[in-house]
Design a protein around this ligand. Structure first.
Ligand SMILES: [Zn+2]
Length: 312
């Protein structure tokens, strides 16, 4: 992208030859603090006079360093070829719109918040971060946690079937910004839930993300399942899986997912076996009959047993 295009993202104005001035997206900017200049070789120079780092500015704009480093030849700029595919609303518990995640074609994401006058501010400064579909999450008995909004929406469709099956209310959710971006403050929204099921992408960031969520929500949720979708291809996600499987099959998988709580040892031991379930202690059951526990590595031998967690 060139300086003019970057300036367009922050509603900047021309400020001389090859120079623009706009509001910095990375802080609550009342003055136009961001200088945007054409550099050598098509590079764009950005400087926030309030001191924001280049990385923060680029991240808020949904850009990478490569986007402002000047390309070889006349390749079309990212801005010209990016189109909004869809937007995802994030609301507070009362249903008030807090912010949106904007999904682009080709795949990319930015975040914005209402400016109160029908427009948008392209940062989330001062905005509480919340779970996707928070009002529905708060009202539900059981929560399905996906990796990304698209998967959450796919799961929400199937959740209607699950709810009809067992007479409980279900909500599907995710956290903004994808894998690795779960915050403990999200977990408090799950306080008192009967169960939570975590659906991760079939890759190592996805599995690490699932484990983080598990540990973070454990104090709040009565029982948690890490869902293992049978036959899910590498890097696949629950949307891929549901293209080839019915809601009834999802119901069967959810039913057979072991429910657990992390052990309450004083010092957590490092993960073993490379799995994300190896720190789990006994399966904790809620009102449902005991489930079968598949797999040899699900419970750690000599450390876990089926049944209630013993008191210490
Ligand atoms: Zn700034």
């Amino acid at each position: 992208m060139n300086a003019r295009e970057i300036a367009g993202l922050v509603h900047g104005r021309p400020a001389g030859q090859g120079r623009y001035q706009g509001k910095c997206p990375a802080h609550e900017d009342r003055n136009p603090s961001l200088s945007i200049m054409e550099g050598k070789g098509g590079r764009v120079l950005l400087k926030c006079h309030a001191g924001c780092g280049l990385g923060d500015i680029l991240e808020t704009l949904g850009l990478k360093v490569a986007d402002i480093n000047g390309g070889e030849g006349n390749r079309p700029s990212r801005q010209r070829i990016m189109q909004i595919e869809t937007t995802y609303d994030y609301r507070d518990g009362t249903g008030k719109l807090l912010f949106q995640v904007v999904r682009y074609i080709p795949k990319g994401f930015r975040q914005r918040r209402p400016d109160g006058a029908g427009g948008w501010i392209w940062n989330l400064n001062g905005v509480p971060r919340v779970l996707f579909h928070l009002p529905e999450v708060l009202a539900s008995d059981i929560v399905l946690i996906a990796e990304g909004e698209k998967d959450a929406l796919t799961l929400q469709e199937s959740a209607k079937y699950l709810a009809a099956k067992d007479g409980r209310s279900y909500a599907a959710t995710t956290n903004p910004r994808g894998a690795g971006k779960w915050h403990d403050e999200y977990s408090q929204s799950l306080k008192g839930k009967l169960r939570a099921y975590i659906f991760s992408d079939n890759d190592s960031p996805g599995r690490a993300h699932a484990k983080n969520i598990f540990d973070s929500i454990a104090p709040y949720v009565k029982a948690i399942g890490l869902v293992d979708l049978p036959g899910l291809k590498p890097k696949g996600d629950v949307s891929d899986w549901l293209q080839k499987h019915s809601p009834e099959e999802l119901w069967q998988v959810v039913q057979s997912t072991p429910l657990g709580k992390p052990s309450r040892r004083e010092e957590p031991s490092p993960p073993r076996n490379g799995g994300h379930a190896d720190h789990m202690q006994a399966a904790v059951q809620d009102e449902r009959p005991k489930v079968r526990l598949p797999g040899d590595n699900w419970l750690v031998p000599n450390r876990c047993r089926a049944g209630p967690i013993p008191r210490r």
